[in-house]
Ligand binder design. Structure first.
Ligand code: SF4
Ligand SMILES: [Zn+2]
Ligand SMILES: [Zn+2]
Length: 324
């Protein structure tokens, strides 16, 4: 077993893109230093903040919630809430919600749960069974983004943190670039431009590779959910996941280079594609056209009469505060 480059303890990781061998302590310090640096880049760390954290229960979102609490623990003017979206996927999301609730109790963090069924009248399982031209993940992604924004706004969040790691970010950049969706590249978070009706997003883990997030969760003993969604095979992202992983394996450092290239051209992209003026859809969501994408998707589902239900816009709050 090799020892750490910084001390004589056994190393827990060989960081291939830098060649560093690090022990548990020095690895955790490296991750925390990079996340702190990213936070400073993405937001001003003074003044009051209400931080909503999107927590699905997977390693990335659990690590994000723990790191935000750890890094900002000495700040009395920062309030936190975890927001979990229950898509209604049998045998998958239920156990994850229980794990999020457990982490929220440990972190003394409010836990807000918002369900597709309550917000839109359909579960993902019902949508998956419907006749449709789009993949389940397309419905799920659009509906989840809207549900998260609505819940964060309802809680009066000043920012919404998501658990996107470096691999996710590199995949998104490559995917949008390959599809010719350059405008979307200008809108990828973290959000530097505030837009009416949208809670600006931050991505504290965007420079941390997925394997390092997993190792961090393990060495810090964080309980998280690691089941795969039954609809995951429909995701277009899977191809990009493979491509980015292969490139990284052959040319260590590729993920960082993709991110760096995007950040280098971002200013030019933002000038070419200025933020669109947003209107308000009848459902209250911000939209560039008359109706938001979720309303269009839900209307189409209703027309197919897949378990039609009256739409309500309620959120459930679990009693996820640790008793004093
Ligand atoms: S894999 Fe697709 S359907 Fe499953 S939770 Fe993710 S986006 Fe939703
Ligand atoms: Zn060490
Ligand atoms: Zn709408």
């Amino acid at each position: 077993m090799t020892s750490c480059d910084k001390c004589s303890k056994p190393s827990v990781i060989v960081v291939r893109y830098s060649g560093a061998h690090l022990c548990r302590r020095h690895f955790c310090e490296l991750v925390e230093r990079r996340v702190r640096h990213e936070l400073r880049r993405q937001m001003t760390l003074d003044g009051e903040e209400r931080l909503a954290v999107a927590v699905s229960g997977g390693k990335d979102s659990i690590v994000t919630a723990h790191l935000l609490k750890r890094i900002l623990s000495d700040r009395r003017d920062v309030e936190f809430a975890a927001v979990t979206v229950d898509e209604g996927i049998e045998g998958y999301r239920g156990s994850a919600i229980a794990i999020v609730a457990e982490n929220c109790r440990a972190l003394d963090m409010e836990h807000i749960i918002v369900s597709f069924k309550e917000a839109y009248g359909f579960t993902m399982d019902e949508i998956a069974e419907a006749e449709r031209n789009l993949s389940t993940c397309t419905y799920c992604g659009v509906m989840r983004r809207t549900a998260l924004n609505r819940a964060a706004k309802g809680w009066e969040a000043t920012r919404l943190a998501t658990g996107l790691n470096l691999d996710d970010t590199a995949q998104s950049i490559l995917m949008n670039f390959s599809r010719g969706d350059v405008e979307r590249l200008a809108r990828l978070g973290p959000h530097r431009r505030a837009q009416e009706g949208l809670v600006p997003r931050i991505q504290p883990l965007r420079t941390i590779p997925e394997n390092e997030v997993a190792l961090y969760a393990m060495v810090r003993g964080m309980r998280h959910h690691d089941l795969e969604c039954p609809y995951a095979s429909e995701a277009l992202r899977n191809d990009y996941r493979r491509i980015v992983a292969q490139l990284e394996d052959r040319y260590p450092g590729t993920r960082h280079s993709i991110l760096k290239s995007h950040d280098e051209v971002l200013k030019a992209l933002e000038q070419t594609y200025p933020a669109a003026t947003l209107r308000q859809c009848e459902c209250g969501a911000p939209t560039v056209s008359d109706r938001c994408k979720v309303c269009e998707l839900v209307d189409a589902l209703r027309r197919q009469r897949v378990s039609p239900q009256n739409r309500t816009e309620t959120t459930r709050r679990s009693s996820c505060r640790r008793s004093p």
